[in-house]
Structures are given as C-alpha cells and as structure tokens.
Design a binder for this molecule. Structure first.
Ligand code: MGD
Ligand code: MGD
Ligand code: SF4
Ligand code: MO
Length: 710
C-alpha cells in the first residue's frame, strides 16, 4: 500500500496527515501542505492510527432478542431487516414522526447529506437533529442574523497571523486545537496582541497579552461594556458603521447602561483591563473577535455571540480584509455537517425547510413531490428528551454521537433512550450509547473511507481511504442506502461517496452553502475549495464579506442584547458555579480517545478543578474524591487544586462515562433561538466524598459560602 494524504479524524482544524500503512500498524506523519495546520499535529493526531486497531472495535452487527436480552452477533441482513421492519411497524402505529434520526458533526458531508435525505424521504420524519446543536448552534444563529451567513471564520486561518489584535472569548485553543496556536504566536511575534476572555487562566490565557477573567455567564455584560467604552472613548468606527451596517442606534442606547463600574461589578473584570482590551483592538489596524464554546454554550448563547459581533462591528472589523468576527468550529466536519440537512429545520445548501422555494428545489433533486417533505422537527435536546414519550418518537437511528455521555442532564437522556421501542446505533466502537442499543451497526471509520470534510475555514477537503475496513464492517453510506432500499424509498440511493457528493452539489446549488462548483478533482488539485462555489470555473470564496454582506440590503445588522445572567444562578443551596469543557488528550465523549493508551494515560479520569481558597473552606484536598451535586444529579470525581480558576467557579471536563460524568450535573436550559443547552454554567455544591454527606438522604442544604467579588 502507498502513503495516503488525508486529514485527522478529530477536530475542525482538520490537520493534514499522511498515513503510511505498514506491516501491522499504520504510521502517521504530518503534512506541511495544509495551511491550517502548517505541519503541526497534536497528541491526538499523532496517535490517531491507533483507533484503527482498538481491541474492542465493532466488527459484526449485533442485536437483542428482546428488551433485557444481551446483544448478540447477527448478520447484516438480520440487523438491517430488523431496523426497517420496526421502523415500518412503529410508523404504521404512531405516524411518520415515530421514527427519529440523530447525526453528528464528525460525519462527512456525504453522510450528513444522505442522513438528512434518508430522514425526509425514506422515513418521512421531521424528527432529525444532530450533536452540532450542542456545539455550533449559537454562533450559527448569531452569525446568520448579523452577517447573513453562518461560516465559522471570515477568511483563511492564516489571515490571523497578520492581525494586529485578536480577542478570543471562551476558547482554549492551546488544548482544543494546539496547532492553531502557531497562527496566534506568529501574530504576537509580529507585535500583535492576544486578548483571552475565560473564567480560567488556561494554557491559552497564559500565552495571551491580556486575560479577562469574568464569572461564567456574564459575557454579554462584558461585551456590552466593551462597546460602551468604544463609544465613549471615540474608538467606534463611525464611517464604517454608517456605510456597512444597520441598527447601531439601538445598540448605542442599550450599551449606555453598561458603564465600566457596573460591568466590573457584574463580571469581576477590572475596568482598566476592559479599557486596555478596547484600545488594543481599536488601534490594531487589522483585528479579529473570535468566540469559542465558552461564550456560546449558554441559554443566552445567541445573544452572547451577538454582543461580541456588535463589538466587532462597532470597531469596523467584519468585511475588511484580514479582519472580522469568527467562531471556532469544533468537530471535524462541524462546518459542513451544519450545512446539508441533518439539522431539524434545514435542507441541503443551508436552506430552510420551511421555505417553499427551497423545498421545491431539493424535492426535484430527490425526485419526490415537495408536498411529501416533512416540516421542521425538534432540536437535539428536545428530541432526546421526548424519546419514548406519548407524543415523542418510539425509535431512534443514531450515527456518530454518544449522547449518553455528551448530552446535558445525561441521566435523563439515558432513561429516555431506554424507553424507546427501537434504538439502532451505528458506531466504530461500543460507545456508552451503542451499549444501550437494540441493534448495533459496525461502521467504517475515517482512514477506511472516502469523502469530504469542511474545515473551520469553510474549506472543503478530501478524506481519503488509506486502508480497507475490517471484514464485516460497512460504511455509514452503505448502511443508510441499505436501509433506504429496505424501506422502498423513491429516488437514487448510491453508497458511493463521489456519487453522493455529485447529488449534494446539485441539491446545494443556489443555496447559501453552494457546493455546486466543487469536485473531488478540484479539491485535490487546489488543496481544498472554499464555499460558496457556484460553478466549476468559480474560484471559491475564502473571504465572503469583503464587498457586501449576504443580507437583503448588503449591510451587517447590529442586534441589541441585554445581560440577564445564567438560567440557574448560585444560591444558598448550590453556591458554586460549575463550568465544563475539554482537556487536550481526550476528545468529546471520549469514546475514541479513552481507547488510545497514550491518551488514556495522559488524561486518565474525570476531575474537578477548584481554587485552593474554595477547597480550603470545604475541607477538600488535592487529589481527594469529591462529590459534586446539582439539581440534576451528582458526580464523583478527583479534586484538582489550581489558582488558575476563579474561587467562585469549578471546572469539569466532560470526556468520561459513569459516576464522573460532568453531564450528570449540567442544566438543559435552552437558548430560545439556537436551542443550545447551557453547558457552560450551572449551580453546584461540593463535599469531600468521605464525609457523611454521602448518605443517600443527606440534608438538602450544602455549606454556605461567601463567594464575593473576585
Ligand atoms: N482536546 C480536545 N480538543 C477538541 C475537542 C475535545 O473534545 N478535546 N472538541 C472539539 C470540539 S467539538 C469543540 S466544540 C471545540 C471546543 O473548543 P473550546 O471552545 O476551546 O473548548 P471548551 O473547553 O469547551 O471551552 C473553552 C473555554 O471556555 C471557558 N468558559 C467556560 N465558561 C465560560 C463563560 O461563561 N465565558 C467565557 N468567556 N468562557 C467560558 C472554559 O473555561 C474553557 O477554557 O474543541 C474541539 N477540539
Ligand atoms: N458538559 C459538556 N457537554 C458537552 C460539551 C461541553 O462543552 N460540556 N460540548 C458539546 C459539544 S461542543 C459537542 S460537539 C458534543 C459532542 O459529543 P458527541 O456527540 O458524543 O461526540 P463524540 O464523542 O465525538 O461522538 C462521536 C461518536 O461517533 C463515533 N464515530 C466516529 N466516527 C464515526 C463514523 O464515521 N461513523 C459513525 N457511525 N460513528 C463514528 C465515535 O466512536 C463516537 O462514539 O458534546 C457536547 N457536550
Ligand atoms: S488539532 Fe485537531 S485536527 Fe489537529 S491533530 Fe489535533 S485533533 Fe487532529
Ligand atoms: Mo463541539
């Protein structure tokens, strides 16, 4: 076998790697022809080939004879026949919405597209959503309403190196996409300033020029305060505001109420630091405002992103070359996965499913009557939470997600999964969710298949097959096409990635995310193509906002937003803020990375990070077992003491299953626009595990804490 150039299986940076299949093992080498990673890989990328040979890799379909019976190996025909027959039976009993589909932002464009088509055409269900709802949804909604488009970065990631200042709100890229740091380092080496907004002094914040450390859930107040300062200090770009935007007057009125002293009281960020941040951004020439999940995963996440976009607009950044607002897309195909129809309200090409013209166009490509296409369905958490309920779906087909670990209020979600008539899970490994399934479908993974991925820049890349899948394993496309055939679905159902991509091109033509001019050959010849790309002679669009914004009047829109605080604030019973996130060596629900020995060793188990002052008051020592409780449940983890976090806040990564699951605690309060759950802040109390508080009927009130200004 020859060396195969492809990309990392994990995050949206999609670092370039070459796979060298050898006797027994596949060797990974970084590619230096991929600008986003520039020859870099993180520890997860270096060890990615070990995913191909994990000992408990799924290689045979399995099913249960009945509820409570064990999972037993079966043939593909038995497994697919069972799924199709149950889908037909439940649909006949309860109507088409009885069968639901859940997808993932790690799936290729081809899979995301085919899954959306499968739900609407083969099952006729409106009930489809995906894990990107937990990821990009708030940034997507806010970008759409302000800039007219949801494309993560405003230009190639290499533009960041030439920036004069970058404000990064709620992103810890030093851990979540380490090779991204080289662009920020290059900027700083050239004299640019990095400003990090994070309640923790993270590895990223330690490499910044200015660290603003607000309380979780207070970013709207902070961003409004920064706009207030931009206005009062004469740093707003009035010429740009007049020429390229609408709605500034309403924002000016709202931010009037965010005078620096008040914002300091709400956020804990000192006034001089706020002033410094605005000056650095305003005087930089080129500058960027970026958001990560820390700013976005809130019940007011869309408004939070709007507040940061308002700041970028007030300073005249979006639509200027080498400047702008961007969000850091997370999953491998987090960008493409949100464009081609696995979202509850969406058709391919970033079209709305309730738009008659969009339905007409896509139905023609699919060879069906537009009247047969269902309308919008439930968002991810609402879908998971309704499973098995009287008015909810009775069957779920799940591809590329592990919600038993990653969904908010996970114990409830697990219980809902258990209430289904049929749970079918396609996965590579026996994830915690796959283990709950009635039917398990073993899927091929990244290095064993072909397709396209769209990285955080909006650049469409080729994923290439380097090794054959193990015997007995099928690709997701083969699984979906096999089910569509059994369900007698009309139209074409190819399992060939390039043929599916051809159909996706036609379906996306004319949409906001237009891929119609992109071909596999072009991607290979040009090292990737930026969408929108409406024809084969179109060069692609690296910087979509330069001439005009894709809004009806071509202008960007300010959106006035007010601070309201977290959906669940701290009180006497639950006096500490919990925020959640990631560590370098683990990925998401950990289904993949917990199985890679070097990564499991680097980040072996769940923990809670807390300040020594807080730990001292609670009698918690470094390394001790701690019980963390919220109104949703309790988790038991190790304490990790650090002065890098605010004393009123604790942090837990969400990568582990079992009793250390962060999502046993999280609050599923949803953003009204994006339906994003509030992963990043809820109220908890902590106690040492050995104390009497472990008793099942422990008194409800926890230790009273005086956690005041930071
Ligand atoms: N190692 C690793 N890398 C990954 C992933 C992974 O699981 N592991 N997942 C990928 C995916 S899908 C995603 S979405 C990205 C996520 O990438 P990031 O957004 O960088 O990751 P998080 O750790 O979720 O959150 C970032 C920071 O937000 C801070 N934060 C918490 N609450 C608040 C708040 O209220 N305001 C502000 N301003 N900050 C807050 C946290 O302290 C944390 O340091 O990472 C991608 N890369
Ligand atoms: N508390 C808390 N919870 C969070 C977050 C947080 O910050 N805090 N972040 C949220 C975010 S941003 C995200 S993106 C979600 C992610 O959470 P999940 O959706 O659970 O993501 P993964 O763990 O990546 O799950 C992917 C699953 O698909 C499997 N898989 C990999 N490749 C393939 C393939 O090609 N085909 C198939 N069929 N399966 C495949 C993997 O083995 C794994 O089991 O978690 C969310 N949950
Ligand atoms: S930064 Fe992301 S894409 Fe790059 S090697 Fe690490 S996990 Fe893979
Ligand atoms: Mo994500």
């Amino acid at each position: 076998m020859t060396a195969t150039p492809t990309h990392c299986p994990y995050c949206a940076l999609q670092c370039g790697m070459t796979l060298h299949p050898g006797r027994g093992a596949v060797r990974v080498a970084p590619r230096d022809d991929v600008p986003a990673s520039g020859g870099g890989l993180c520890q997860k990328g270096w060890t990615a080939a070990e995913l191909l040979t994990v000992p408990d890799r799924l290689t045979t379909p399995m099913m249960r004879a009945g509820k409570g019976a064990p999972l037993e190996p079966c043939t593909w025909d038995e497994a697919l026949d069972r799924v199709a027959a149950e889908a037909v039976r439940l649909r006949a009993l309860h109507g088409p919405d009885a069968v639901a589909v859940f997808g993932g932002g790690g799936l290729t464009n081809e899979k995301a597209y085919l899954l959306g088509k499968f739900a609407r055409v083969a099952l006729g269900t409106s009930q489809i959503d995906y894990n990107g709802r937990f990821c990009m949804a708030s940034a997507a909604a806010a970008s759409g309403r302000a800039l007219g488009l949801d494309r993560g970065l405003p230009g190639p990631v290499t533009d960041l190196a030439a920036s004069g200042a970058i404000l990064l709100a709620g992103g810890n890229v030093a851990e979540t996409m380490p090779p991204f740091m080289r662009h920020l380092t290059a900027m700083r080496d050239a004299g640019g300033a990095l400003i990090v907004v994070d309640p923790r002094r993270t590895a990223t914040a330690r490499q910044s020029d200015l660290h603003l450390q607000p309380a979780p859930g207070t970013d709207i107040a902070l961003a409004n305060g920064l706009v207030h300062l931009a206005v009062t200090e004469g740093l707003a770009d009035e010429g740009y505001i007049a020429a390229r935007t609408t709605g500034f007057d309403a924002v000016r009125t709202v931010v009037n109420a965010y005078w620096p002293g008040r914002v300091e009281r709400i956020t804990g960020v000192p006034v001089p630091a706020m002033r410094e941040a605005v000056r650095l951004l305003a005087r930089a020439g080129r500058a960027h405002v970026l958001t990560g999940r820390g700013a976005e995963q809130h019940a007011r996440g869309t408004d939070t992103v709007s507040a940061f976009i308002n700041l970028a607009l007030a300073l005249g950044l979006p639509g200027r070359e080498g400047s702008g607002y961007g969000c850091l897309t997370g999953q491998g195909n987090g960008q493409g996965g949100r464009e081609h129809g696995q979202k509850a309200d969406q058709l391919p090409g970033y079209r709305r499913i309730d738009d008659p013209a969009a339905r007409e166009h896509v139905a023609r490509v699919w060879g069906v009557d537009p009247g047969t296409l269902p309308g919008p369905g439930r968002s991810a958490y609402e879908l998971l939470s309704s499973l098995g309920a009287p008015d909810g779906p009775k069957a779920l087909l799940l591809f590329g997600s592990n919600p038993a670990v990653s969904a908010p209020r996970a114990a409830h979600v697990e219980e809902r999964l258990g209430a289904l008539g049929l749970l079918a899970v396609a996965d590579v490994v026996p994830s915690e969710t796959a283990r709950l399934a009635d039917v398990v479908l073993p899927a091929a993974q990244w290095a064993e298949e072909s397709g396209t991925m769209t990285n955080l820049e909006g650049r469409v890349l080729r994923r290439r097959r380097a090794v054959p899948p193990p015997d007995g394993v099928r690709t997701d496309l083969e699984i979906i096409a096999g089910l569509a055939a059994r369900l007698g679905a009309p139209g074409e159902w190819s399992a060939d990635p390039e043929a599916v991509f051809g159909e996706l091109r036609r379906a996306s033509a004319g949409g906001a995310a237009d891929y119609s001019g992109i071909t596999y050959e072009r991607i290979e010849a040009e090292g990737g193509v930026f969408w929108p790309c409406p024809s084969e002679d179109h060069p692609g669009t690296p910087r979509p906002y330069l001439d005009r914004f894709p809004t009806p009047d071509g202008r960007a829109r300010f959106v006035p937003v007010d601070h309201r605080g977290p959906a669940e604030d701290v009180d006497a019973d639950y006096p500490v803020y919990l925020t959640t996130g990631r560590v370098l060596a683990q990925y998401q629900s950990g289904a993949q990375t917990r199985r890679v020995p070097a990564l499991a060793e680097a980040a072996p188990g769940p923990f809670v990070e807390l300040h020594p002052d807080l730990a001292g008051r609670l009698g918690i020592e470094d390394g001790a077992r701690v019980r963390v409780e919220s109104r949703r449940g309790a988790a038991t983890v190790r304490a990790r003491l650090t002065t890098a976090i605010r004393p009123d806040t604790v942090f837990m990564p969400f990568h582990w299953a079992g009793e250390g699951r962060a999502n046993l605690l999280t609050n599923p309060a949803l953003d009204p626009v994006s339906r994003m759950p509030e992963f990043k802040v809820c109220a908890v109390r902590l106690r040492p595990r050995s104390s009497r508080g472990d008793a099942p009927h422990a008194p409800r009130s926890g230790p009273r804490l005086e956690v005041s200004g930071f």
